[in-house]
Design a protein around this ligand. Structure first.
Ligand code: CAA
Length: 414
């Protein structure tokens, strides 16, 4: 079943986000990109307008508007500034593990603080030696009495330093492959927790991306998400399923924003005695860019609707598809937009080169697009196991045991 459901409430939050984007974000985007600093006025605007509660259910202090609303908001913010889009979206990423795996008590304790904007939250999964292979992490947590003691470091923590809560994934049982990892909540200010390296980045420069270090960090046993160890990897994967449409929406926003600048420039710039927008070669580019943006938006909303409807059979695949497709579109469209601006596009006098720099990371974080395509393919193979209607045309023994594909994949990798 294919469908997109956009509620009135989601459209309301889109309007709110558009206002914040135009009145607060766009005017300061270049300045904070240059300074590589987090704009406090944007954080305040997110709090004042209630945007930080959009995806959090009403029973936990949010607006309960869902993932479609979250994506529409992220698109609007990213249309004005990619960094401020992800600075917002990462709060959803950090809070989804609580929604996915937290106990009722944990949800009631932590989520309202995030929804009101009193506390921002970051997601600590990646490590220096565990990027795409998230399960290969080394950060450790051991139970001592009624406390978890965490040691290790995390890489590329977006919003690190700005956030008050950190959802930290750590190895709690090195003997078990499938139950190695647990998620534990750490608050900024806990002794032993520190932000060590603030990255100097190509794009999304206004949002900090840092290393977070854990040196004998002690937190109450009650901070273990879900109250039982060993479910962290599954919670991380289920979280990414919900969050990837948000990065995809960031891609759509960047592409839409760049397209708007490109078409405006093409209508004003004259060469060979005529406006660029009247030239066939430019129309070819603009038409193609606009079509890609619209296709990406449709896929993002389809994936986000699957999350809202809890369409478990489709969420993982659609989330990966939307992330992969929309962020590739973001890179293509922003690069084409720079091309339309020509020499001016390469210079910092115009806002367009920032879109191209901001777009690049969307193809990399929350799982590289190569990982997304692998996830899509794995799901396709699973689905193909039930393609009985093709039995007549392809002998069943060639595909009935779809597990064999994964075994071959594993053998090839080793
Ligand atoms: N939902 C629930 N459970 C899932 C799942 C899902 N979508 N996908 C896998 N699992 C479960 C499996 O069922 C399996 O469970 P059992 O052991 O009980 O069988 C377990 O997780 C392991 O699954 P896999 O064997 O498929 O795991 P894998 O090691 O092959 O890895 C992967 C799979 C898809 C490559 C995964 O490691 C991955 O997504 N990697 C990319 C990491 C990533 O996205 N990092 C993003 C960091 S956050 C970030 O970038 C944010 C930012 O800065 C803004």
């Amino acid at each position: 079943m294919s469908q997109i459901v956009i509620t009135e409430e989601a459209l309301h939050w889109q309007e709110v986000a558009r206002k914040v984007a135009e009145e607060v974000v766009r005017p300061i985007a270049a300045k904070y990109d240059d300074l590589q600093e987090y704009p406090e006025e944007v954080r305040q605007a997110y709090i004042d307008t209630g945007l930080l509660g959009v995806w959090i259910p009403k029973e936990y202090g949010g607006h309960g508007a869902g993932t479609v609303a979250l994506c529409l908001v992220v698109e609007e913010l990213s249309r004005a500034c990619g960094a401020m889009g992800v600075a917002f979206a990462v709060n959803a990423l950090g809070s989804f593990p609580i929604l996915v795996g937290g106990t009722e008590e944990q949800k009631k304790d932590w989520l309202p603080q995030i929804a009101k904007g009193e506390k921002m939250i970051a997601f600590c999964l990646s490590e220096k030696f565990a990027g795409s292979d998230a399960g290969g992490m080394r950060c450790q947590a051991r139970l001592e009495g009624d406390e978890w003691v965490i040691n290790g470091e995390k890489k590329w923590t977006t919003n690190g330093g700005v956030a008050s809560f950190y959802t930290v994934f750590a190895v709690t049982d090195d003997k078990s492959r499938s139950r190695r990892i647990s998620a534990i909540m750490v608050e900024k200010g806990t002794p032993g927790f520190s932000v060590k390296k603030i990255e100097n980045k190509m794009g999304i420069r206004a949002v900090p991306v840092v290393e977070t270090h854990f040196d004998n960090v002690r937190v109450p046993a009650a901070n273990l998400l879900g109250g039982r160890p060993g479910y962290g990897f599954k919670h991380a994967m289920a979280t990414l399923d919900k969050a990837r449409p948000g990065v995809a929406a960031q891609g759509v926003g960047l592409a839409q924003g760049a397209l708007e600048y490109a078409v405006t420039y093409a209508m004003r710039r004259e060469q060979f005695g005529k406006k660029l927008a009247s030239m066939g070669v430019m129309q070819d580019m603009l038409g193609s860019m606009a079509s890609k943006v619209e296709a990406a938006r449709g896929l993002v909303l389809r994936a986000a609707t699957a999350v809202d409807l809890n369409d478990t059979a489709q969420i993982t695949k659609l989330a990966a598809m939307s992330k992969n497709f929309a962020t590739d579109v973001a890179m293509e469209v922003t690069t084409d937009a720079v091309q339309i601006f020509g020499g001016y596009g390469f210079m910092k006098d115009y806002p367009i080169e920032k879109y191209m720099r901001d777009a690049k990371i969307t193809q990399i974080y929350e799982g590289t697009n190569q990982i997304q395509r692998m996830v899509v393919a794995r799901n396709l193979v699973r689905e193909a196991a039930s393609f009985d209607f093709l039995n007549e045309y392809i002998p069943v023994e060639t595909y009935e045991n779809y597990q064999a594909v994964f075994e071959e994949e594993a053998t090839a990798d080793s």
